[in-house]
Design a binder for this molecule. Structure first.
Ligand SMILES: NC(=O)c1ccc[n+]([C@@H]2O[C@H](COP(=O)([O-])OP(=O)(O)OC[C@H]3O[C@@H](n4cnc5c(N)ncnc54)[C@H](OP(=O)(O)O)[C@@H]3O)[C@@H](O)[C@H]2O)c1
Length: 280
């Protein structure tokens, strides 16, 4: 199979390249390739892919709040260009989306068919991408993930460890809940899903969920710092440009029906922290 991977140099993109090894891959990313350019659709279609995996995005959530124009240009117009490439070449599209399309107001798990209600600029631009893809294509997988961590990325895990190193004590939101998701695990699951031909909307996070505070505690424990002073705070007390959804927790219902199940997040985190410790 000929597979385009956008955002191939990103945290998830690198793991996608590994997960699709064995296929012929065209990796695209900034600075050489800008998905927001009007030439994207033709350039990608000319390569005649069978599958386009779209992981590129402007992922700085607070940056999106400050520059909505850029957020929509990359995340919505870019997704449209990539979807048009798939349309023109007759390829299927696997589009990576986010738990943040939900407002998190419901104290329950969100399923694939629940109605998005994005709060932030980033979330609105990602929800717009989902809608564009539904409008343009018949053969698509929309795959929502959350709280991503993995090799070659600055993520919550690396930030907690760096901050602990620097300050010795941490303040972490105890009222924000989500599903920690290991990039390596979800990339493998995406490759499995793309082989099924069961198009639709999927959630592919590691099993289980927690608060940011619980996530940080587990990171400290696994890093050999169980006594790290971590103070639980309210998300609203953490100064930032955007407000995250407080309880946007995903249930992986559709993938489970296909037999695609990711391991518990604690096991994945243990592997990742061990990897970080072995390489430091
Ligand atoms: N990180 C999370 O917690 C999380 C949670 C839910 C969903 N997601 C989604 O998962 C996907 C991958 O996220 P990630 O954490 O791997 O993000 P990432 O590390 O920021 O990777 C995204 C990649 O896309 C590239 N990119 C940005 N603008 C581009 C453009 N105009 N043209 C081409 N490439 C461009 C980035 O390049 P630069 O680095 O040079 O900008 C980067 O290499 C995204 O769709 C994101 O929305 C992420």
């Amino acid at each position: 199979m000929r597979v385009v991977i956008t955002g191939a140099l990103g945290q998830l993109g690198r793991q996608l390249v590994a997960a699709f090894a064995g296929h012929e891959i065209l990796e695209v990313d900034l600075p050489a390739f800008d998905i927001a350019s009007w030439t994207t659709a033709d350039e990608l279609a000319a390569w005649q892919p069978d599958l386009v995996v779209h992981a590129a995005a402007y992922t700085d959530v607070d940056g999106c709040e400050k520059d909505p124009e850029l957020a929509f240009r990359v995340n919505a117009v870019g997704a449209q260009n990539v979807a048009l490439a798939a349309q023109r070449s007759g390829a299927a599209l696997l589009h990576v989306s986010t738990n943040e399309v939900f407002d998190g107001a419901r104290r329950d798990l969100y399923r694939e068919w629940d109605q998005p209600n994005p709060l932030s600029v980033y979330a609105r631009s990602k929800a717009a991408a989902e809608q564009i893809i539904r409008d343009l294509l018949d053969r698509f997988y929309i795959v929502r993930i959350a709280w991503l961590f993995g090799p070659a990325g600055a993520n919550f895990v690396t930030k907690i460890l760096a901050s602990a190193e620097k300050h010795g004590a941490l303040r972490v939101a105890a009222d924000e809940f989500g599903n920690p998701t290991y990039a390596t695990d979800t990339a493998v699951a995406m490759a499995e899903l793309a082989a099924t031909g069961h198009y639709g909307v999927y959630h592919l996070t590691n099993a289980g969920f927690c608060s940011r505070y619980e996530f940080a505690r587990e990171i400290g424990r696994l890093a050999g710092r169980p006594d790290l002073p971590i103070m639980p705070i309210l998300s609203a007390d953490w100064p930032r440009a955007s407000r995250p959804p407080l309880h946007s927790v995903l249930a992986n219902t559709n993938a489970a029906a296909l037999g695609i199940v990711l391991r518990p997040w604690q096991e994945a985190l243990a592997d990742y922290v061990a990897l970080l410790r072995s390489s430091s």
